[in-house]
Design a protein around this ligand. Structure first.
Ligand code: NAD
Ligand code: DAU
Length: 369
């Protein structure tokens, strides 16, 4: 079978990556999608069970830091496009073990950039028709003021006047965001120095099915199910801008195909929520969908010591993406939360298999290792 494009997606077994892989495999049967993932604790191939047998999908277990392996994969699959999502992604883990974040997020990105450079420069057409698309985070911009603590008219955002734009100065605070900032700079440097066709996007907090249960929303859903405390850092007043994961995947599709080279695009939900309000919304939704009496799980909400260096407020201005490429979020937050809670309640064994460690068995069964 010949393919019109050969696209390498890194981190495709993770939360966002699995939604991007699924979208591309289903929407572009004439593209070959090569999913390269190391399968760290966060990688779960069960996320892609439904597309695993498609003729245009290949899974390769590999570490992006293994530079020789990346060189070999570029050649073997004649890669002409890269969508790079592989990363250590959890802020709390970065506070405990920053080295893992420097290794994968900085050195891994550099390893992949260099492999793309070597392979593409060896081709007669060089960089023509190629694309290196790096997925990054709004956390590189630091934190915004919480100048309107009561929020807007609907009781939620905006919680301040300022928003992150594509020209906001980088001011990362956590080891995670410092490592992502560094990787963003390397990607831009490869454009500026070698002419590599790169794009960077910085996105706000994603939520939806298949998110690893260490992150706030799936953690709370699972803890309610087990009657465990819902840990709210500090006073729960920190604000995040939430986006449904399929909206992010759609933005990535749009930008990969139509975004301008050497540009940065911000992606956000225009949807600011205080953490405490989200936790209360989850409590209400889980109780209602589980048939519990109203307020049943409220007493699980527990204020705990704050995260070190906890950024107060993130809020994204994604008007550039909207004006240039016509993208806008399609899923309203209340609808997205309802879908997400339903998914976790209907797929309890997905989380249980993570908690018990059984999710790692799937790879061994499928790929015989
Ligand atoms: P995730 O932790 O769910 O998945 C990361 C994936 O990368 C896993 O499958 C893991 O096995 C793989 N991986 C880790 N190290 C690797 C290595 N050395 N080599 C190969 N694969 C490796 O992460 P996510 O939440 O899906 O985030 C994906 C990307 O999007 C990250 O780059 C993250 O910084 C960025 N991002 C995430 C969010 C969010 O809200 N989750 C928001 C904006 C940007
Ligand atoms: O903004 C984009 C970023 O969003 C991504 O780049 C990161 O990869 C992703 O993990 C996410 O980072 P956050 O730190 O914002 O996500 P998390 O789900 O860990 O936390 C959301 C908020 O909830 C944050 O203010 C910390 C708080 N929190 C988190 C946990 C896990 C709690 O209050 N209690 C918790 O137990």
């Amino acid at each position: 079978m010949t393919f019109s494009r050969n696209i390498l997606i890194t981190g495709g077994a993770g939360f966002i990556g699995s939604h991007v892989v699924r979208l591309f495999v289903e929407k572009y049967p004439d593209y070959r999608i090569v999913n390269v993932d190391k399968l760290t604790y966060a990688g779960n191939l069960e996320n892609l069970r439904d597309v695993a047998q498609r003729p245009n999908y290949i899974f390769v277990k590999a570490d992006i830091c293994d530079h020789e392996r990346m060189n070999e994969l570029m050649r073997r699959y004649a890669v002409d496009g890269i969508i790079h999502l592989a990363a250590e992604s959890h802020v709390d883990r970065s506070i405990l073990d920053p080295f893992a974040f420097a290794r994968t997020n900085v050195m891994g990105t550099l390893s992949l950039l260099q492999a793309a450079k070597v392979y593409w420069e060896s081709q007669p057409e060089k960089y023509a028709g190629k694309r290196f698309y790096h997925i990054s985070t709004d956390e590189v911009y630091g934190a915004l003021e919480l100048s309107r603590p009561q929020g807007g008219a609907d009781g939620h955002g905006p919680y301040g006047d300022e928003l992150f734009t594509e020209t906001t100065r980088y001011t990362p605070h956590s080891p995670y965001s410092a490592s992502k900032a560094s990787s963003d700079h390397f990607v831009r440097a490869f454009h500026d120095t070698y002419g590599m066709p790169t794009i960077v996007t910085n996105c706000s907090n994603n939520y939806g099915p298949n998110q690893f249960p260490e992150k706030l929303i799936p953690l709370c859903i699972d803890n309610i199910r087990h009657g465990k405390p819902l840990p709210v850092y500090g006073k729960g007043e920190n604000v995040r801008d939430w986006l449904y994961v399929e909206d992010h995947a759609r933005a990535i599709d749009t930008i990969f195909h139509r975004g301008r080279i050497a540009q940065t695009y911000n992606i956000g939900g225009n949807n600011e929520w205080r953490n405490i309000d989200i936790v209360e919304l989850i409590v209400e939704t889980v109780d209602r969908l589980s048939g519990n009496p109203e307020g049943y799980s409220e007493q699980l909400i527990t204020f705990v010591p704050d995260r070190a260096g906890h950024d107060l407020r993130y809020a994204i201005d994604s008007s550039k993406l909207h004006t240039e490429l016509g993208w806008a979020p399609a899923v309203r937050f209340e609808e997205g939360i309802e879908k997400t809670v339903r998914w976790y309640l209907d797929n309890q064994e997905w989380t249980d298999r993570i908690t018990s460690g059984q999710y790692k068995e799937y790879y061994r069964r499928m790929y015989g290792e």
